[in-house]
Write a protein that binds this ligand. Structure first.
Ligand code: CA
Length: 226
């Protein structure tokens, strides 16, 4: 159960969403526009944001970018148009999910549960972050998976660390390049794919039954942690 920030300017939609989320045990703070949302994240901590794309003062995509600069926050976008370009744009900004209007409340509630579960990350006492089957020692640049220490190259480590930082979220090749390679301009899509391939082989060697690295054709990659 989580604290959810809902930014939606259509009162009728907001009311039904608030009702459904509260019935599922969440607390909801409702904002009508970007300005209210900025103030809300300033004085409260949220587990998840649900952002309407068409807000009166700012686009939901731009708002997502702004909020994420100050706090790490899983985001679900609500949009009136499910155009593929918007979808990819949303993912590039770090959307965890995307729901087109009209949507069923049951579907929304189910997606919220998934997003909250993905966000559940455990800090252990020794500076290691445990996320599902992964244990990440960021200081030592080491990652264990199902108890096995992974022997990773610098780029494989960078890719896995970037994906682990946003469990379940789709990261585009461009986002991965920018996070992992010092000179992203010199790096092609193929380079990312090549290192993902060797990383995937190492994860499979550690746990043959699991296949946590997911390819989203034409979009990018995500990591399942549970
Ligand atoms: Ca709207």
């Amino acid at each position: 159960m989580g604290a959810i920030l809902l930014v939606e300017d259509e009162i009728a939609i907001a009311e039904t969403v608030i009702y459904a989320l509260q019935a599922d045990g969440h607390t909801v703070r409702h904002c009508l526009d970007g300005q209210q949302a900025r103030a809300a994240v300033h004085d409260a901590v949220f587990d998840l944001a649900i952002l309407d794309v068409g807000l009166p003062d700012v686009s939901g995509f731009a708002l997502c970018g702004e909020l994420r600069r100050s706090v790490p926050l899983p985001v679900i976008f609500l949009t009136a148009q499910a155009a593929e370009s918007e979808r990819v744009l949303g993912f590039d900004l770090g959307a965890d999910d995307y729901i087109a209007k009209p949507f069923s409340l049951r579907e929304l509630v189910a997606r919220v549960r998934v997003a909250l579960r993905r966000g559940a990350v455990q800090q252990t006492g020794d500076g290691v972050t445990r996320t599902g089957a992964f244990e990440h020692d960021a200081d030592g640049r080491r990652i264990r998976y199902h108890g096995h220490a992974l022997d990773l190259t610098r780029y494989e480590y960078g890719l896995l660390a970037a994906l682990l930082a946003r469990p379940g979220a789709v990261l585009s090749r461009l986002q991965l390049m920018e996070r992992v390679w010092e000179d992203a301009a010199e790096t092609g899509d193929r380079t990312v794919d090549t290192h993902v391939k060797t990383l995937r082989a190492k994860l499979r060697a550690a746990a043959p039954a699991a296949d946590p690295l997911r390819t989203h054709r034409g979009v990018g990659y995500s990591l399942d942690v549970d």
